[in-house]
Design a protein around this ligand. Structure first.
Ligand SMILES: [Zn+2]
Ligand SMILES: [Zn+2]
Length: 346
């Protein structure tokens, strides 16, 4: 049996290819893919801007939702027909970062959609190692596959959120209103923030307001800083940089309140630098953190948030393409045609 898959043959060479349907060996699980949402990182992988951990010949796609199609010998507690997704981080469990509880920063990590075949295919194999590490996450309730696929970006936001911990009644500013920024807006609301300021392009402000932003701003520079200070009542308890613009590194400090937490959540262009005013961190006693990838526990919590309906972000998926139109799907992401683009196997 063969299937369609979006295979990354090389830089700028992603194409629909017939490949064999994987057969689950002992300890393995085969998922029938029901949706795979595409993120900016996928574009960076295709264009060659991101090469670390990327294996030529890999099936792309790291935001996927599927249904258990077959289980290998010895797999217990996984029923055929159940909806599922995966933590995409396969960590080694033995390196210093794993032992220190930072499995998502594992020194030997391998990622689905980078090295391990991902979700832009009709089927996805969850390898034995990933099964043994508990990477498979079953959905406790049925939900829209395109929403379940968002468990991956949501889990990354939860990992970031662990660093800045929004408390009820706090003021949060999210710089950037791409899908990640919008997820941070929704999570800030869920965490009890009462002032949530979203900053981004004019076309993205309505979605931010719909997901819980109390203020939506499209200005820039000093004017923006003044407007944020106004909207937050003197500064944000939490400032999240959700777009990889180095100029925002200092602006996030400028809009933070005394004792505030600033998080550089977005990845910035490789090698980029930023000028910041360190005295802001010094005098305001700010905490500056980062965030990359997610732990298995974050993925479980993301699935729980999505399937319970507590986090309703399905509206982020604005475009759907069949797998056979993978080129059009990638182009739609590149042209920022909508918020989130989903690929659904035919
Ligand atoms: Zn992603
Ligand atoms: Zn490790």
């Amino acid at each position: 049996m063969s299937m369609n898959a979006a295979v990354l043959h090389g830089i700028d060479d992603l194409s629909l290819t017939r490949v064999p349907v994987p057969e689950p060996g002992p300890g393995e699980v085969l998922l029938k893919v029901e949706a795979n949402t595409i993120c900016g990182t996928d574009l960076r992988i295709v264009s060659g801007a991101k090469t670390a951990g990327v294996r030529p010949g890999v099936i792309l796609g790291h935001e996927f939702a599927g249904r258990v199609a077959a289980v290998g010998e010895g797999v217990e507690g996984v029923d055929v027909g159940v909806q599922a997704t995966c933590s995409i981080v396969l960590s080694c469990g033995r390196c210093l970062q794993c032992l220190a509880g930072r499995e998502h920063l594992c020194e030997n990590l391998r990622l689905f959609g980078y090295e391990i075949d991902g979700g832009l295919a009709e089927y996805l194999l969850v390898p034995r190692e990933a099964m043994e590490r508990g990477n498979l996450v079953l959905a406790p309730r049925e939900l829209e596959p395109t929403a379940l696929a968002l468990a991956e970006p949501v889990s990354c936001c939860l990992n970031g959120a662990r660093q800045f911990r929004v408390s009820p009644g706090e003021a949060v500013v999210v710089l950037g209103t791409g899908p990640i920024g919008l997820l941070h807006v929704a999570l800030a609301k869920l965490a009890g923030a009462t002032r949530i300021v979203a900053v981004g392009r004019p076309g993205r402000l309505d979605p931010a307001l719909a997901l819980g932003a109390t203020h939506a701003l499209a200005s820039q520079g000093e004017k923006l800083t003044r407007e944020i200070l106004d909207a937050t009542g003197g500064g944000a308890d939490v400032a999240i940089v959700a777009v990889g613009d180095p100029a925002l590194a200092n602006q996030a400090l400028e809009v933070a309140a005394v004792g505030g937490r600033v998080n550089y959540f977005a990845g910035f262009p490789k090698g980029s630098t930023a000028v910041t005013e360190p005295n802001i961190v010094h005098y305001r006693e700010l905490q500056v953190t980062g965030g990359s990838n997610a732990r298995r526990a974050d993925v479980r919590r993301a699935v729980e948030l999505l399937s319970s309906g507590a986090l309703d972000v399905g509206s982020l998926v604005t475009h759907r393409f069949p797998l056979t139109q993978i080129d059009a799907a990638i182009a739609a992401v590149r042209e920022r045609a909508g918020l989130k683009v989903a690929v659904v196997p035919d």
